[in-house]
Write a protein that binds this ligand. Structure first.
Ligand code: SF4
Length: 659
């Protein structure tokens, strides 16, 4: 019997219209866990580097994490993996909501799509009955509208639907997949779904999930619930509001936006407004939010209420999550009212709320500087906010200049030329990042930005405080109940960290400490993505309920896999290395691992070089960031080094790369 997982995947060939239920190998779960881990293995095995994002041979994998659908609170993530049209690397975006548990209840761990449907279709999974259905009547419909229409059509109100909007249908490189109040947004995975002619996946499941040792598992779940209560009553003092509590950036609950509005950049990631958050703004924004927010909502089996239904005058009520509350407002240098309105249209279109506002602000900056002209933008409205709606409509339809912008700032700048590349100044590995431009190099963030393959900083950071606390007393207080640390040394790292002087940025934390911290943070996110855990309860916040000490117990008692901290660390390292291997095979090298040039004003090239050298060494990668033969062997990934040798990426007799 299989525990926690169902032991079956659905393989759907959209070209032939063929559907197969395929039993999976339990040894793969032991080696790579589930979710992202086994997705990486499938992409490695079945999608060679010659396959492009929009090739029928590219796979699009929807995976429920290993513990999704169990009683572990907050374990509800769907991990979607494919090759990204934007980065040309592996994309592994994930979404919360209710979809992944429903897939498990229907009896499957993953749905793997290959090929392309000749006409627009959707997949209907109703327990063991699975059908490809015509979706031509849904063409051009909004993502959320599609969810509703499919539920009505099937007469199954409890069906969970993941859908794309117009952006996905038109292969916009930053198209998302939407599902209720959640979305898988990064890497343009919605564009791959559109390219495959797949409008939506509807799923209804009524089965059960087996748990290996239910009593033990439930006890662990209860401990987590108790701890969440404690953390609710005891927010962490001295940190910004969204870090004081648990949950995925709880923008819907929090009205104090001083930190974001004054620290992040506005416009095309250009203007910092240090005195923006006045009493007057706070009052006006609080009022807007209180009026707009009708109800706080949660994902499956969670009480944290990170999302909300938003109702703005003249706009259909919709569900919003996280930081999309501010991204449109800040890109347009406008106010919250505008941001909440345009986000509704953007959600229906199905676009990434991090990239899209930046692409539009980039276009307008090019226009202001004469690089794009009235010939490129005929009919561009005069009013600022109207311009954003105008651009959004054209991008998702790929009309005129919208067709160029739909490829994101990196590719659009290349196509536009005339110096446009100078304005596409906020990308890493070809994808837009949070609009942050800061002063002094932060060595921890330097490493995370450079080496992260999730290409989304909020999905790499967490666990270790972002800044030192001002006094030693405050730091001592913080470390007292810091049970989540994998090693006591992290407490000392933090205790000795000062705002100024010898033990401050950029040389403290030292190179060695930075490597340890980033490795820990990254590991936790990768564990979340294999188990299907929401990072808002694990990798992202300070002092979360799930951590390296209790995760092995959840896996042992839930999935029946013999697990301890060392084994979990090793398994995570294995599939994390496999993600890197997929990308290395696609040409990613050290030259690609860098934050935007202007991310910090004060840079330290020697230190940055040392940071990368040391981190690569810690990870078992050579100077180019390529996993070495030795490290691959230690992880049981000899098949990767054999492939690397065959392709000339590694030398047969040495651990160094050939080219
Ligand atoms: S913490 Fe928030 S985002 Fe995470 S599962 Fe719970 S409600 Fe969803």
């Amino acid at each position: 019997m299989r525990y926690a997982e169902t032991g079956f995947n659905l393989e759907v060939d959209l070209t032939r219209g063929n559907i197969e239920r395929v039993a999976t190998d339990p040894r793969e779960t032991e080696l790579y866990l589930g979710g992202l881990g086994t997705n990486a293995k499938i992409l490695w095995d079945r999608v060679p580097p010659e396959v492009e994002a929009f090739s029928p041979d590219n796979l699009l994998i929807f995976a429920a994490g290993l513990l999704c659908g169990t009683s572990a609170t907050g374990c509800n993530r769907t991990i979607v993996s494919t090759i990204s049209p934007q980065t040309r690397l592996m994309a592994f975006s994930m979404m919360g909501g209710f979809w992944a548990p429903e897939l498990k209840f229907a009896g499957y761990d993953k749905v793997i799509f290959r090929g392309k449907s000749p006409k627009l279709v959707y997949l209907w999974i109703n327990n063991d009955k699975v059908q490809i259905r015509d979706a031509s009547h849904l063409q051009g419909k909004g993502a959320i509208e599609t969810e509703e229409l499919i539920r009505q059509e099937l007469n199954e109100p409890r069906t969970q639907v993941a859908a794309i909007g117009l952006a996905g249908e038109n292969r916009v490189y930053f198209a998302s997949i939407e599902q209720g109040h959640s979305s898988a947004s990064r890497g343009g995975i919605g564009a791959v779904m559109g390219d495959k002619g797949l409008k939506a996946i509807a799923v209804r499941g009524t089965g059960d999930i087996n748990i290996a040792r239910p009593d033990e598992f439930l006890e662990l779940c209860n401990e987590v619930l108790e701890y969440i209560k404690v953390r609710k009553e005891k927010p962490i003092p001295g940190v910004m509001p969204i870090l004081a509590g648990l949950g995925s950036p709880q923008e819907m609950k929090i009205h104090d936006e001083k930190w974001h509005t004054e620290s992040f950049m506005w416009g095309n990631s250009r203007h910092r407004r240090r005195d923006f958050w006045t009493e007057e703004v706070e009052k006006a924004w609080t009022e807007t939010m209180e009026n707009a927010r009708k109800r706080l909502i949660s994902c499956y089996n969670c009480s944290l209420e990170c999302a909300a239904t938003i109702s703005m005058p003249g706009v259909k009520t919709y569900m919003m999550k996280c930081f999309s509350k501010l991204t449109y407002t800040m890109a347009a240098m406008s106010d919250l009212d505008f941001g909440l309105k345009i986000a509704q249209r953007a959600t229906e279109y199905g676009v990434d709320a991090f990239s899209t506002p930046q692409v539009m602000a980039f276009a307008l900056e090019l226009y202001e500087n004469g690089i794009l002209t009235d010939d490129d933008m005929p009919g561009l409205p005069a009013a600022n906010e109207e311009r954003f709606y105008w651009l959004l409509d054209r991008i998702v339809r790929r009309e005129g200049i919208g067709d160029v912008l739909a490829n994101g700032t990196y590719w659009a700048a290349k196509e536009i030329g005339k110096g446009a590349e100078e304005y596409a100044h906020n990308t890493i590995k070809k994808q837009e990042q949070l609009p942050l431009k800061l002063s002094m190099l932060n060595p921890i963030y330097f490493l995370m930005y450079s080496t992260g393959e999730k290409i989304n900083i909020t999905q790499i950071e967490g666990q270790f405080p972002q800044m030192p606390f001002p006094t030693r007393e405050e730091r001592e207080e913080f470390v007292k109940d810091w049970c989540q640390v994998p090693d006591e040394k992290f407490k000392q790292y933090f205790l000795d960290w000062e705002l100024r002087g010898e033990n401050s940025f950029p040389y403290y934390p030292t190179v060695h400490m930075c490597c340890d911290i980033v490795d820990w943070q990254e590991k936790m996110h990768y564990i979340d993505d294999a188990l299907g855990m929401c990072s808002g309860l694990s990798a992202f916040p300070l002092k979360p309920p799930y951590h390296i000490h209790n995760f092995p117990k959840f896996i042992s008692s839930g999935a029946g896999i013999d697990m301890d901290e060392a084994k979990l660390t090793q398994a995570t390292k294995r599939y994390r290395t496999l993600v890197r291997a997929v990308n290395i095979r696609r040409g990613m090298r050290r030259k690609d691992e860098k934050p935007p040039e202007n991310h910090w004003k004060k840079r330290f090239p020697e230190l940055e070089k040392k940071l990368l050298d040391e981190y690569y060494k810690l990870k078992g990668w050579n100077k180019e960031g390529i996993p070495t033969k030795e490290s691959l062997h230690e992880l049981g990934l000899d098949y990767v080094s054999e492939d690397f040798i065959q392709r000339g990426i590694l030398e047969a007799s040495s651990k160094t790369e050939k080219k």
